[in-house]
Design a protein around this ligand. Structure first.
Ligand code: SAH
Length: 234
């Protein structure tokens, strides 16, 4: 992993946003129970403030989700850390499919963890901005696709893990067939009544074993593709 992390080009830090803010975020994640050293190291290295609008950059290391335009949000650091730690603990994946690239922050972290990453985003403006950031940071090997990720990415399957960053309605057929046996699917699931639970499924090739990881709050998974480049909202 160290080699992959070193691929990140050192970037000019923005104004007041120093690596110290990032170190503070890491301390707080550790205090809240995140123990996976690889996840913490990746989050210490990837500059989260470059994944939000400049006007919000000073808040990037606070324990909050932030708007990224088009009515979407970058998840709060603790949720990202929990998801990555659960994924890494489940089966030490090598190839992962992410559905909901958004800002590309979690995509960058997955790549920094040394995974081969395929990621799908349905909003063109977000997908393009994420691609530019990931390229500038040295993650050229990430494969991004503009489209509706609800169907997964059959041409790239099988994956060791699939991770949704938007809440999946119960009715959506799960993408187990795009996982290899022993693979993991991690997703916020929207239950009837609107409540969301973070669910981890271990797929053995025939059946899935479900673990409930608790309450969560994500933007909903939506069908179709939005071809619109101009940022709307913050
Ligand atoms: N992990 C992201 C969070 C993005 S929020 C980050 O670090 O920024 C969830 C994202 O899922 C949004 O960008 C939204 O546009 C996207 N999304 C919602 N439904 C989708 C679908 N069907 N296919 C692909 N992306 C989808």
């Amino acid at each position: 992993m160290a080699a992959v992390l070193q691929e990140l080009k050192p970037l000019a830090e923005l104004g007041m946003i120093s690596p110290r803010s990032r170190a503070r975020m890491i301390r707080s994640l550790r205090q809240q129970g995140i123990q996976d050293q690889q996840v913490l190291a990746a989050m210490e290295r990837v500059p989260r403030h470059l994944f939000v609008a400049e006007a919000l950059a000073s808040r990037a290391y606070e324990p909050v989700s932030l708007p990224i335009g088009w009515g979407q949000t970058i998840s709060q650091p603790m949720m990202v850390a929990r998801m990555l730690a659960s994924l890494m603990a489940a089966n030490r994946p090598r190839r992962v499919l992410e559905i909901g690239t958004g800002s590309g922050y979690q995509t960058a972290l997955l790549a920094a963890l040394g995974l081969e990453v395929c990621s799908i985003e349905r909003i063109e403006g977000l997908a393009r901005a994420a691609q530019a950031r990931l390229f500038a940071l040295g993650f050229q090997r990430v494969q991004l696709r503009l489209g509706d990720g609800g169907q997964g990415w059959q041409e790239q399957a099988p994956f060791d893990a699939i991770i949704f960053t938007a809440a999946v309605p119960c009715a959506l057929p799960p993408l187990f067939h795009q996982l290899r046996a022993g693979g993991t699917l991690l997703m916020p699931q929207e239950l009837q009544g609107g409540q969301q639970r973070l669910k981890l499924f271990r797929w053995d090739g025939i059946e899935a074993m479900e673990t409930d990881l608790g309450d969560c709050l994500f933007v909903p998974l939506r069908p179709g593709t939005v071809i619109q480049r101009d940022r709307q909202g913050a």
